[in-house]
Design a protein around this ligand. Structure first.
Ligand SMILES: [Cu+2]
Length: 413
């Protein structure tokens, strides 16, 4: 919270709200006789070259203009598919460049009483049309996305249409953060006062489909202090906890009106990177029993681990679904304008502090090389890499480092 407050006043420093007013709003101190009215009377210059927004302008910015459908409709064909996911396809520690040590083997090696690195999961996958025969392929530069669902991109004024098919053995849905939707496209079952027709989106049964319509008003796009785009996420919300541990999560990128390329990405950004850091608790996956019966080895004459060790071995401290540096390389070029979108998901162990070695980022006007995440939080961090090489990118929580929440990114010339 503190960080957001600081960010708000720094945004003001960028000439949007005005530092003094921003601080007053954030700290609830609009006292003094008629302070509000006095400030509302005009746009008064504060520091050199900066304009102070009036309270009226501030609240107009908060609400954003009403949705105006002057963009395009972007259709995505997305299926929730059951897959065998491997958290460590290289079967070694790519950070040390050596075989797994005993600690790493706890999580990544199959054995007596151990599932290992492969798990049945459900993930979102993109297809080319509503027949769901051909998958949209990810190029070599996109392989790092791992188990993340398709990147949904749109510009303010657009409409996003999701043709969704549930190919998982349990009900799933698609619930977006940040966008404008009706009850028929919220993708979450609860007593929200809706009728039957508006509940079809809540939990799509196995083998069934649903079309979600999400709109992109100004309030879903960048605010006055944001860059040209912001991040949201989507995830299954039929049974939110077990669905997300199954793997049903993906990123959304929304670009400011007039700033988007044809594909919806921001024109002023050369490369986007999407990252999910999460302790995937496979003990709470709907596939736990099946995973145990499929992958646990039984060695004659030896005892399996005790239940606590088994549980620990199923806590996959992953980045986009990879542990111990097994993620395909994130490759950037020196001097590029790179936008990192970093998100987290999970529970109280999911307080993460992703740290970039080698290069720095700018977040809400502040220089950083570590950002802070809590479950379902999202951070946009801009980088212009000036430092060539292969660099560590890891969560800075000690317990998570030991359990393999590390990866690398590369800066080439
Ligand atoms: Cu962490």
């Amino acid at each position: 919270m503190q960080q957001r407050r600081v960010r708000a006043s720094l945004r003001a420093g960028a000439g949007v709200i005005g530092a003094a007013l921003a601080a007053a709003i954030w700290f609830g101190d609009l006292s003094g006789s008629g302070a509000g009215e006095a400030k509302a009377s005009s746009s008064a210059p504060t520091m050199a070259g900066m304009t102070m927004a009036t309270p009226a302008q501030h609240w107009a910015d908060v609400g954003g203009a009403r949705f105006k459908s002057d963009g395009v409709t972007r259709t995505y064909f997305i299926s929730a598919d059951k897959v065998v996911w491997n958290y460590a396809p290289d079967a070694r520690n790519d950070i040390t460049g050596k075989p797994f040590d005993d600690v790493a083997r706890t999580y990544a090696a199959r054995g007596h009483g151990r599932i290992g690195s492969r798990y049945l999961k459900c993930i979102y996958r993109g297809y080319t049309d509503a027949h769901f025969h051909r998958r949209t392929l990810r190029g070599p530069g996109q392989r790092y996305l791992g188990l993340l669902g398709p990147v949904i991109q749109a510009e303010v004024g657009d409409t996003i249409r999701i043709v969704f098919r549930n190919n998982c053995p349990f009900p799933t849905s698609m619930h977006p953060h940040g966008l404008l939707y009706t009850k028929a496209s919220e993708g979450a079952p609860y007593a929200g006062g809706t009728t039957r027709a508006a509940k079809l989106d809540d939990a799509v049964p196995s083998g069934k489909s649903h079309i979600y319509t999400w709109r992109v008003p100004e309030r879903a796009g960048p605010g006055p202090g944001d860059g040209s785009s912001v991040m949201w996420m989507y995830h299954s919300h039929a049974n939110e906890t077990s669905d997300t541990y199954a793997g049903l999560m993906g990123p959304i990128e929304i670009t400011r009106r007039g700033m988007a390329r044809k594909d919806g990405s921001p024109k002023d950004v050369d490369q986007q990177v999407f990252v999910l850091v999460s302790v995937m608790n496979e003990n709470l996956s709907p596939f736990l029993r099946q995973n145990a019966s499929t992958f646990v080895l039984r060695a004659a004459g030896s005892k399996p681990d005790d239940p606590e060790d088994f549980e620990e071995s199923n806590l996959m401290h992953s980045i986009n679904g990879y542990v111990f540096g097994n993620q395909p390389m994130i490759t950037l070029r020196k001097g590029q304008r790179v936008r990192w979108y970093v998100m987290s998901m999970g529970t109280e162990v999911d307080l993460h502090t992703p740290h970039w070695h080698g290069n720095d980022v700018l977040v809400g006007g502040m220089r950083m090389d570590v950002v802070s995440l809590l479950p379902a939080s999202m951070v946009v961090a801009d980088m212009v890499p000036d430092n060539k090489g292969t660099w560590l990118f890891h969560c800075h929580v000690n317990d998570h480092i030991k359990a393999g929440m590390l990866t690398r990114y590369q800066v080439t010339t």
